[in-house]
Design a protein around this ligand. Structure first.
Ligand code: HEM
Length: 505
């Protein structure tokens, strides 16, 4: 710029010096940090790349990523930088600072630009769903789905379909507990995966796909297994630079094969459902679709977009529900007093009815507090992310545009500054006025424009399942002091299987 100005002034024949000095001074002002207190990324603390990689690969770091948030905050304070493979990321681990980031996320928030999920879609020529789409494409599907997934009335309309799935879950739990002389249902998460998939399928297709049948279809088990493996491979493939994929092809190949299975599964169900609709139309029948695939297919979206959106919604509805229900029963079995109080609450609302409806939940404050407390202790998404396309100021640092910012939700929701006795399951804290935390201390569904679109469906599904399980069973731990810790598998899941004793009431 200085050169250009110099040339221009030479041409006009005027003395360049005063103007040049003025321009140089301006350039200094622009280059300098906005205020003397504002620091740059260079000044931010954090482990060396070598150390972070050692923590990740040598100390089972991938499954302990949530734990590394606690260690990072203790060592470096509320903000630190670290290199996750080829990616430099700034960690933010204080509610106030998370709020500062999210307030500056812009019109079309971006979770992460460098994503192996997106790489897969580009490689295979698949479309993007709500989880992976950006910009106008994301906005268009988001607006469409919000109408059917976030409006309370639209969501309440799913309670019939979800309750039918809950009935099958109860039947399955009954059968499983009767199979064992001591009424033990081993690996409860396995049942809840199938329940989660059947639940989201009922909302997506308005039909059942047999996940809770006595014999589960092979492709269903393959789909669930593929989700699990894909989540394990997600972090690994992201931490590996592209060139390493050629040298060590297994993680990337496995990751792609999992997505292939998931897309194939979703396409099969969509094609079948749309074919049924076509036949109905040909027979002159009226279409009265009340399911999400129908809404997507009627909105004029390309079929690739319908496929990718349904695949991503199916995926989003499985582990999230399973993990929340598994932890809920795990904690309730270890806290019989809370279990009894919650059952009493449900029974007092239900009186002589046997199937809770969406509208009953409003009268069940303890049920809501239990789920809130579970998601505080075990946030399904322990760390979220944002990439912002302008420089922003957070906690006294300038974060350059397009930096990956990791929001450390696990650390804030277990922060003793925010929650008294943060590692304990105490749902009553949510009714206790003296136990006040920052509104961003626990945000399990995210906040703002890009927050979880499945939130209301997920909450309804969990409330309907939990309340009815409590009406039918008493749950106890199989062994005393049998602690199960969480682990990160992209999502936060139980480290090992949870077995519980189910006694019919
Ligand atoms: C307890 C259950 C669940 C939890 C805790 C949860 C949590 C989250 C979180 C934290 C996000 C990211 C939000 C952000 O970036 O700000 C998210 C996004 C999303 N969730 Fe959920 N989720 C749950 C269940 C579900 C279910 C059942 C569905 C499907 C019906 C679903 C569909 C989605 C989708 C499509 C997105 C991406 C939204 C977008 O980018 O616009 N989630 N979820």
């Amino acid at each position: 710029m200085m050169m250009v100005l110099h040339q221009a002034l030479k041409v006009t024949g005027r003395s360049a010096l005063p103007l040049l000095r003025f321009a140089e001074r301006w350039a200094d002002v622009i280059r300098a940090p906005p205020t003397p207190q504002v620091k740059t990324l260079e000044q931010m603390p954090g482990p060396s790349p070598a150390r972070f990689i050692r923590d990740l690969f040598m100390k089972r770091g991938f499954s302990r990523l949530h734990q590394l948030q606690l260690e990072g905050r203790q060592k470096y304070g509320p903000m630190w930088k670290a290199s996750f493979g080829p990616i430099l990321t700034v960690h933010v681990a204080e509610p106030e600072l998370i709020q500062q980031v999210l307030r500056q996320e812009g019109q079309h928030p971006v979770r992460s630009e460098l994503s192996s999920w997106k790489d897969y879609r580009a490689l295979r020529g698949e479309g993007y769903g709500l989880l992976t789409a950006e910009g106008e494409e994301w906005q268009c599907v988001r607006s469409l789905l919000s109408k059917h997934m976030l409006r309370p009335q639209a969501v309440e309309a799913y309670d019939g379909a979800l309750n039918a799935v809950v009935s099958d879950l109860l039947q399955k739990l009954k059968l499983r507990s009767q199979e064992s002389s001591s009424r033990i249902v081993s690996d409860i998460s396995a049942e809840f995966y199938r329940f989660g998939l059947e639940g989201i399928s009922s909302v997506l297709f308005e039909s059942r796909i047999g996940c809770l049948d006595a014999v589960v279809p092979v492709e269903t088990e393959r789909f669930i297994q593929s989700i699990n493996t894909m989540f394990v491979m997600t972090l690994l493939t992201m931490a590996m630079p592209q060139w390493l994929h050629r040298l060590l092809p297994k993680p990337w190949d496995t990751f792609c094969r999992c997505w292939d299975v998931m897309f194939e599964f979703a396409k099969g169900h969509i094609d079948q459902r749309l074919q049924e609709e076509k036949q109905k139309l040909e027979c002159g029948e009226q279409l009265e679709g009340r399911y999400l695939t129908y809404f997507l297919s009627q909105a004029g979206l390309p079929l690739t977009s319908v496929y990718s959106n349904v695949t991503e919604l199916l995926l989003a509805g499985v582990d999230t529900i399973s993990s929340t229900l598994s932890w809920s029963l795990y904690e309730l079995s270890r806290h019989p007093d809370v279990q009894t109080a919650l059952r009493d609450e449900v029974l007092s609302v239900m009186k002589d009815r046997s199937v809770p409806q969406a509208s009953d939940v409003a009268a069940m404050p303890l049920l809501k507090a239990v789920v809130k407390e579970i998601l505080r202790l075990y946030p399904v998404i322990p760390a979220n992310a944002r990439v912002i396309n302008k420089d922003i100021e957070v906690g006294g640092y300038v974060i350059p545009k397009n930096t990956l910012i990791t929001l450390c939700h696990y650390a804030t929701s277990r922060d003793p500054q925010q929650f008294r006795d943060p590692d304990s399951f105490r749902p009553q804290r949510w009714g206790d006025r003296s136990d006040r935390s920052h509104p961003y201390a626990t945000v399990p569904f995210g906040v703002g424009k890009r927050s979880c679109i499945g939130r209301r469906i997920a909450e309804l599904e969990v409330y309907l399942a939990l309340s009815r399980i409590l009406m039918h069973f008493t749950m106890e731990p199989v062994r005393e002091n049998d602690t199960v810790h969480p682990m990160t598998r992209t999502l936060l899941v139980p480290e090992r299987q949870i077995d519980l004793r189910f006694t019919e009431r």
